[in-house]
Ligand binder design. Sequence first.
Ligand code: AMP
Length: 286
Amino acid sequence: MINSTLRIAVPSKGRLAAPTVALLQAAGIPVPADDRRLLVPVPDQNVELLFARTDDIPTLIRDGAADVGIAGSNQLLEYGSDGVEELSRLGFGACRLAIAVPADSAIRTTTDLAGRRIATSHPVVLKAFLAEQGIDGIVVTLSGSVELAPTIGAADAVCDLVSTGETLRQNGLRPIETILRSEAVLLGAADQRDAAGIAVLCTAIESVLAARPKRYLMLNAPDAALDAIVDLLPGIDAPTILPLARSDMHAVHAVVDAADLPRLLHPLKEAGASGLLVLPIEHLIP
Ligand code: AMP
């Protein structure tokens, strides 16, 4: 793999497409905007982007048509095989696979599903769940409009992906069980895990993901307040302290959680910090 081209399967459309492109761009892999080709070489990098349906991405990797790819973790279970594994969780595309029934249904729990028809586009995961629970339900496989199945008399229940729950509500459905939680993942062939190009990509992506919730905080501290200010700050190991040209002040730099900033800024200011700057971080390897 070292000198050969790394082919990355990228969702061509759907919910995972835009956040995947944003992540690859941030990781230093430019994704052309208005390119209609399905196989696009990345200039100056040994990388090719293969645009594909997320449902197909586990199969493309299994068959060696792509080295790595991005899809939902549910899709790895549904379409994957022993040869494909999760390399990184990507922190977007969170959803759950839930069983739902019409709001007025007598079905209350999964045990009530015995002998009932459950419509789904995820038959592999649903059958595995029913088998594990010892529930003798009838799986009706549909490729779309699953939520409609009870209304049109095609099923007694559905098993579908849910993020906010709004689609279920709008279709008069009530969730009774979550059978799987899913998010976008980077997939790769199990036997290629340590290949150089894949390790390089994983590090680039993981450093972007690690950086996203962090900020780089810089401030100036009068020497008399330096200890008090440093005590307020975490930093990856410890804050950096640099002398300023003015002899009675130091600059303090620290990596902080973005979520902590609102409650950090005021005490820092009160303790005597000035010239406070907060910057985004593009990559972080802790
Ligand atoms: P796609 O068919 O390309 O839109 O991708 C569908 C995948 O996006 C699913 O398999 C999930 O992993 C993920 N996803 C995230 N949120 C949702 C949602 N609310 N409904 C369907 N899929 C979702």
